[in-house]
Write a protein that binds this ligand. Structure first.
Ligand SMILES: Cc1cc2nc3c(=O)[nH]c(=O)nc-3n(C[C@H](O)[C@H](O)[C@H](O)COP(=O)(O)OP(=O)(O)OC[C@H]3O[C@@H](n4cnc5c(N)ncnc54)[C@H](O)[C@@H]3O)c2cc1C
Length: 371
């Protein structure tokens, strides 16, 4: 039986006084969305949170905030939530820290989840920090592993000390225990339209007049690389020989409708920007198809891409570690193989084949039958 914990006053911070922590129960995921579209990390977190909730024998909750987002409350149920708190209001259209954090604080204080999880995105990091400071409670940022122990404590693990260690962080004295987690690390539950759950409407906690900031326009960066949400990634490493080598990868990525990824070795030497880096200190990805081209397969790279649906490695060394974790290992010079694949894709597209979207899993391969 978990020991009852009392909030200890913190110097300089206003607290709620003595709180009976045993009232706090269940796992809550804050669903992140933009313009009514949920970030995949939200469903991935619900998948992991459902495992934690089962272990705790506690409900799995989701919190959806935004404007015209009722459908996301339903989606959260399809993705595993038992209860969804929905705050749907015009003034909550664009994300702003104060109105969103006020809703979160109200829901957390009223419904008392013992664990609150958010994506480690720009928005998630901003919102989680604001909430944790106000509650106040502890927050583990950028977790890559989550679990709970027999005392109902959240074990949030993340790389530490220049990524050389995995530190497990506990929040023993406060509730809820909060963590943000990286996109692509956890697996979403299969969407199940037969699932039923409860949707509880929550009122916004600030009037329009009280919101000091206004979003005039939202400009998407033209050259933004979205590795976490990409379905096809064509990644290159030191085998490319120099920055010019990326041109062959870009051509293949373009034909397949994918994005270019990279190993840290080539990012460190400046052949390509850090936003392309996959791995322990880069993005954790989960595409349907991942090309590892001229990449040896160091463990720090593999942890970031091993959950890809189908891995194709191209390397002149048949003994390279990447070959062992690949679904297809092509041995040879990338400068001959990659242009040949690009040419084949181009010809097949001209013949009517659409490479994307497709389901490239380990059972079902991207090349159509008879090709
Ligand atoms: C704390 C820490 C964190 C790290 N984080 C990351 C991370 O997030 N991501 C990451 O990627 N790395 C990370 N690393 C670095 C990692 O350990 C490796 O050094 C790095 O991944 C190697 O990059 P690479 O595979 O491109 O280069 P190499 O290991 O040099 O491999 C190049 C490969 O290209 C092949 N090759 C060469 N020429 C050709 C050709 N013409 N055709 C086909 N194949 C060819 C070679 O056979 C070789 O296998 C980290 C390291 C540390 C210590």
């Amino acid at each position: 039986m978990a020991e009852q914990r009392k909030r200890k006053p913190m110097i300089g911070l206003q607290t709620d006084g003595d709180v009976d922590w045993s009232e706090y129960r269940g796992v809550m995921v804050v669903v992140e969305q933009r313009a009514g579209q949920a970030k995949p990390v939200s469903w991935q977190l619900l998948g992991e949170a459902s495992r934690l909730a089962k272990k705790l024998e506690a409900p799995l909750m989701a919190l959806v905030i935004g404007s015209d987002v009722h459908h996301l409350a339903q989606e959260a149920i399809y993705h595993g939530a038992d209860k969804v708190y929905l705050c749907d209001s015009l003034e909550l259209g664009p994300y702003r820290t104060r109105p969103y954090s006020r809703v979160c604080l109200h829901v957390i204080r009223t419904y008392k989840p013992e664990i609150v999880l958010m994506g480690a995105t720009y928005t998630g990091r901003d919102l989680a920090g604001a909430i944790a400071t106000h509650l106040p409670t502890g927050l583990t940022a950028d977790s890559t592993q989550l679990d709970v122990d027999e005392d109902r404590l959240l074990l949030a693990s993340r790389p530490a000390f220049s990524e050389k260690m995995l530190a497990t962080i506990l929040c023993k004295q406060f509730k809820p225990q909060m963590a943000t987690a990286r996109a692509g690390v956890f697996e979403a539950l299969p969407r199940d339209e037969s699932r039923e759950g409860e949707i509880i409407t929550v009122a916004p906690q600030m009037s329009v007049d009280e919101i000091a900031t206004d979003v005039l326009e939202f400009l998407e960066a033209a050259d933004r690389v979205n590795l976490e949400e990409a379905e096809i990634i064509v990644a290159g490493g030191r085998g490319l020989g120099g920055p010019a080598g990326f041109a062959v990868l870009e051509e293949l990525a373009h034909e397949l409708g994918g994005v270019v990824g990279a190993s840290r070795a080539v990012v460190d030497v400046g052949w390509i920007g850090h936003e392309h880096q996959v791995g322990q200190t880069g993005a954790t990805v989960r595409p349907k198809l991942y090309f590892a081209i001229g990449i040896s397969g160091a463990v720090q790279h593999v942890v970031g891409m091993q959950n890809s649906g189908c891995i194709v490695a191209i390397n002149k060394d048949p003994e390279a570690p990447i070959m062992k974790i690949s679904d297809y290992a092509i041995v040879g010079d990338l400068f001959q193989i990659v242009p040949a694949i690009t040419k084949a894709v181009r010809e097949r597209k001209a013949a009517g084949w659409a490479p994307s979207p497709f389901s490239a899993t380990r059972q079902e391969q991207p090349v159509p039958a008879g090709q």
